[in-house]
Design a protein around this ligand. Structure first.
Ligand code: PRX
Length: 642
């Protein structure tokens, strides 16, 4: 049988081709993206590739085009790869059975569940909240929503009842899909119980569908609650996909801002599909027969774009992992890589840093010879972590792609292409074709010199940019399009080397004013992290009677003796003074065993700011932390600032 080659036409295989593609994408973006979009299945071709006005702001791609993304992720593969594994599912407990589902089976399962949604009154445009563990059924629920044209809003299954309720209410979800419980390491998260608590405050939810996962006993609300297995049992395995407009919303995903409620970023059907597939194929250079594993949770954008939509649209085999990297031991990631002969491994620097602290024997006892490509996402990767990852996991033969992007961007904006374009440790390197990245100074003037450091901005639309914040377009405008006129403002700082490689230096919106000087905390942390004994640091401001604010640094080190730390304190202050200026020297340095982090690996600066300010009693909600215990440890070792 002739193989489906269409999607392979979009793959860049040499540096020269990258340059050519990039040039074309800037000179004639519409022709460039039309050429890529032609590789997908459409019910009707678009009338217009792009129209936009960022003063509104408004961006439309492939207007007039009609499609359903699930036909591109499932139906189009049936002929050629119906029997190929679409998803490998690795359970939390390594002794439990692995599940594998082919494209044909996944298609059927999604159709069945789409019928369940329809029978429960869900149709085009309805919002459906999904609060589930990392099970194949989570992917099925997501795709079934897309198939009926409903807008899914996945909420990470580690969030509290209050966080869940806030998100459900913000987008007025009509249905919730959840499970009785979820396993994570030695824990069993009572999802249904948490959902019940949330739903006491969510009048918009009419029906709840519950997947039986752990088998634990749960409360039941008759009329409202329905078992997944009973609903799907007699559902038809056929479902004609709803034909969607290119610009119809596909999903909402919440992300936190520096202030206020979480922002419900809205992504639309066509542009998101085109861009995530294009970047998946090019960044990872996935080939038929490869096994791709992204360790993110589907509750985050990385899971949406690079576990589900990008890989499935590309016809890949994607692995979903139910568990955590430290269970049953800190070698679990490597065990899973060896067990499934993973070729592509994509994780976050925070995971790498946590694992590199453990004996390397935990890596070496597993056969990682199948690995071809390593990826990093979510935060700047420090040199030590990059080197350890490349050496011990990649055995110095796997390219490492450091992919910079955001919930708002939908897909990867800056990254090397594995083994095709050059990599450079700690640099995300070059923008993807279609991404017109620039650096701006504080006045919003473009920094045109070869090497520069400033605020990152994107000056032209790409297909998967979030179109709005659900229910708050003004906020969307204010946060992303007001800092610099006619530019998308991601809120990150970056520097550029003489070859045009970008290194992301961190958020620019955590600014502290010390003695009247504006100081971003990210560059100070970068300076501290340069010290060879420093693992990680977080710098925050606290009120100071003379300076207005002063800086407090929390530092994790490789050493832990008091004597060594005393010396280190002086060295760190000297280093910051040298790198940035004496004004940026932290007033206080506290050596800590860890930092409070959200489950997506972001440092919870709000807590650190309060502790530094001496307000240790009222720390607010710490339930969403990955490591809540660390807070008390930090408080007990606090340096007196009063
Ligand atoms: O600060 C950047 C950082 O994560 C932010 C986006 O977070 P989120 O929307 O949760 O999405 C994370 C997964 C895409 C960015 O503004 N970030 C993400 N990737 C990188 C990064 N910082 C440096 N290097 C990266 N590769």
């Amino acid at each position: 049988m002739k193989r489906e080659r269409k999607l392979d036409k979009m793959v860049i295989t040499s540096e020269a081709q990258y340059k050519e593609a990039y040039k074309k994408s800037v000179e004639d973006p519409q022709a460039f993206w039309a050429g890529i979009a032609e590789n997908f299945q459409w019910h009707k071709k678009w009338d217009r590739v792009l129209s936009y006005d960022w003063s509104v702001p408004e961006t439309k791609w492939f207007e007039g085009g009609k499609l359903n993304i699930t036909e591109n992720c499932l139906d189009r593969h049936l002929k050629e790869r119906g029997q190929q594994t679409a998803i490998i599912w690795e359970p939390n407990d390594p002794g439990d059975d692995v599940r594998k589902i082919t494209y044909a089976e996944l298609h059927e399962y999604v159709c069945r569940f789409a019928n369940v949604l329809k029978d429960n009154g869900i149709g085009k445009g309805d919002r459906v909240c999904i609060y589930m563990p990392m099970l194949i059924e989570l992917t099925v629920a997501v795709l079934a929503c897309a198939r009926v044209g409903a807008i899914h809003s996945v909420v990470f299954a580690g969030f509290s009842a209050r966080s869940l309720a806030t998100r459900i209410n913000d987008s007025q979800c009509k249905m919730l899909i959840t499970a009785d419980g979820g396993f994570r390491g030695t824990k069993n998260i009572p999802l249904k119980e948490i959902a019940d608590e949330a739903l006491d405050h969510c009048p918009s939810v009419e029906n709840v569908i519950i997947y039986k996962n752990t088998g634990q006993s749960i409360e039941w609300v008759s009329e409202r609650d329905h078992w997944w297995h009973l609903e799907t049992r007699n559902a038809s395995p056929e479902f004609t996909a709803e034909v969607m407009d290119a610009e119809d919303p596909l999903f909402i995903l919440y992300t936190s801002g520096s202030t206020g409620n979480p922002k419900g970023m809205v992504h639309s059907c066509a542009g998101y599909m085109v861009y995530t597939t294009y970047t998946f194929k090019n960044v990872f250079q996935y080939k038929d027969g490869d096994i791709y594993w992204c360790t993110a949770d589907i509750g985050w954008i990385t899971g949406h774009s690079y576990i589900i939509y990008g890989p499935l649209a590309a016809g890949a085999t994607t692995l979903m992992f139910e568990g955590i990297p430290s269970y049953p031991d800190n070698g679990r990631f490597w065990e899973v890589c060896a067990k499934h002969k993973v070729t592509h491994f994509y994780t976050a620097p925070t995971a790498i840093r946590a694992l590199e602290k453990h004996p390397v024997s935990l890596v070496e006892k597993h056969d990682l010879s199948g690995l071809k490509v390593l990826g990093s996402v979510g935060e700047p990767i420090n040199r030590e972590a990059w080197m350890w990852y490349s050496k011990h996991i990649g055995k110095d033969k796997c390219p490492v792609v450091d992919t910079w992007w955001q919930t708002e961007t939908g897909g990867i904006l800056i990254s090397s292409l594995a083994g095709v374009t050059r990599q450079k440790a700690t640099f995300a390197t070059l923008p993807m074709p279609g991404i017109q990245a620039i650096l701006l100074d504080n006045e919003g003037k473009e920094l045109k010199s070869d090497t520069a450091e400033g605020t990152l901005a994107i000056k032209y639309p790409w297909p998967s940019i979030a179109r709005t914040i659900y229910g708050d377009h003004d906020r969307y405008k204010k946060v992303y399009f007001s800092a610099f006129k006619d530019h998308y403002f991601p809120g990150d700082g970056a520097l550029k080397d003489e070859e045009g490689n970008y290194r992301i230096t961190g958020r620019v919106d955590d600014v502290v004013i010390v003695s009247g000087h504006n100081l971003g905390t990210a560059p100070i942390e970068n300076a501290i992290n340069e010290h060879e004994m420093v693992v990680e640091s977080a710098v925050v401001g606290y009120p100071h009677p003379i300076k207005g604010n002063a800086l407090y640094a929390y530092v994790i080190t490789y050493s832990n003796t008091e004597e060594a730390n005393q010396k280190l304190e002086d060295e760190i202050k000297g280093l910051v003074a040298r790198t940035i200026g004496a004004i940026a020297k932290p007033e206080e340095i506290q050596f800590v065993p860890g930092l409070p982090k959200t489950r997506s690996g972001k440092i919870m600066r709000r807590i650190l700011r309060k502790v530094a300010s001496g307000e240790c009693e009222n720390l607010g909600d710490t339930s969403t932390l990955l490591n809540p215990d660390i807070v008390n440890e930090i408080i007990s070792g606090k340096v007196n600032t009063n």
